[in-house]
Design a protein around this ligand. Structure first.
Ligand code: ACO
Length: 329
């Protein structure tokens, strides 16, 4: 596998012979599928790559609460409101597991959150798109969480122990999110009126391409993939996972009775996969540079949440200190 990665040449990675003895032992451990734990020796670049990926992942979970938060007060029934609130709380929990996994690498949570708030850290491009109608709650669950699962199921086998263990729990919850999203859309398509069915198609039209972009740039333009694959932080490339997602999702789209906004989407029997059209990469790079439809609004909401919640955090610290004093008395 390691030799294979070097040959693919997406980006050259160090060959075993060029490694220091410590690096070689580390790589051999990875190749033998032994997890790396916080106290084990690891190359600086491995630690930095993980802090980058896990912090971005944690930020995505937290910012990902915002497009759905937009619909809590307008969910059509009490059952839908409860489901939505539970899902949003799950996302907060995912962010917390991931920030904790990141801290085991020596990163400081406050510093990383500050990078997010000052626009220096990335989070998933998808959360910079607006959620305009109720069907978006279904499409976010089905397409966005569906894409997240395809990426995250393989991260359960990532080489860093704390990240891998966090992903096992997260995947169980994401799977519920995906199903509740699909069920919202199925209900609207089977029991809804024409206007409601049109809302479903409109939500799919707007979120289809951004969901495909979640997997990151194509392999040829992914600077981190080759090394992350060699370290088994990533187990599949961006393009492999994108294709897997499309192959899984199109049959579900057909059951809904909807279509994708892609005239080139069709089954290719020879490849055993769906072919699909060209992704607008200019749009993707623009969004991750901070120029998507909602980037500014999302960061402003996060910054306000921190300042509005200052008194709650102070009160919690004062309460904890008082408890400690009482216990010591
Ligand atoms: N949104 C924002 N930034 C992205 C995205 C995206 N969808 N895809 C790639 N990027 C960024 C990368 O973070 C990287 O930026 P950086 O080098 O400045 O840090 C750059 O684009 C180049 O991409 P890659 O070299 O392909 O980066 P990487 O190897 O990290 O792969 C991927 C990107 C696939 C997203 C990987 O980081 C990953 O698997 N992350 C964990 C999953 C995750 O974060 N999911 C978030 C959405 S799911 C949810 O929150 C519900």
């Amino acid at each position: 596998m390691y030799a294979q990665m070097v040959e693919t040449g997406v980006k050259q990675v160090k060959a075993l012979d060029d490694m220091s003895p410590e690096e070689r032992v580390f790589q051999e451990k990875i190749d033998a599928e032994i997890k790396i734990e916080p106290k084990n020796w690891m190359p600086d670049a491995y630690r930095k790559t993980l802090i980058r990926q896990v912090s971005q992942h944690a930020h995505s979970e937290i910012v990902g609460m915002l497009p759905e938060g937009n619909w809590v007060t307008r969910a059509p029934t009490l059952k839908r409101k409860l489901q939505l609130m539970a899902k949003i709380q799950d996302e907060a929990g995912h962010g917390l597991y991931l920030y904790s996994a990141m801290e085991t690498l020596g990163a400081d949570r406050d510093e990383e959150v500050e990078k997010l708030h000052s626009g220096r850290a990335k989070y998933s491009s998808i959360f910079n798109y607006p959620t305009l109608n109720w069907a978006d709650m279904g499409a976010v669950g089905w397409l966005v969480d569906g894409a997240a699962i395809v990426n995250q199921v393989v991260l359960q086998r990532t080489s860093y122990g704390p990240y891998s263990r966090a992903m096992i729990r997260i995947c169980k919850e994401e799977s519920f999110h995906q199903r509740q999203g699909y069920e919202i859309l199925l209900t609207m398509m089977r029991q809804g009126n024409d206007a409601q069915k049109a809302m479903v198609q409109d939500a799919i039209n707007r979120l289809w391409w951004p969901a495909l972009m979640m997997f990151g740039p194509s392999d040829a333009d992914s600077p981190n993939s080759a090394q992350s694959m060699a370290w088994k932080i990533k187990r599949h490339t961006n393009d492999e996972l994108r294709q897997r997602f499309i192959d899984q999702t199109v049959p579900q789209l057909e059951i809904l009775g909807c279509s994708a906004p892609d005239p080139d989407l069709k089954w290719n029997a020879e490849r055993g996969h769906y072919d699909f059209g060209e992704i607008q990469w200019d749009e993707f790079f623009d969004v991750i540079k901070g120029n998507g439809p909602c980037n500014r609004e999302r960061l402003e909401t996060r910054r306000n949440a921190i300042s509005d919640g200052t008194w709650v955090r102070r009160a919690a610290v004062a309460h904890a200190n008082k408890k400690k004093q009482r216990a010591a008395a």
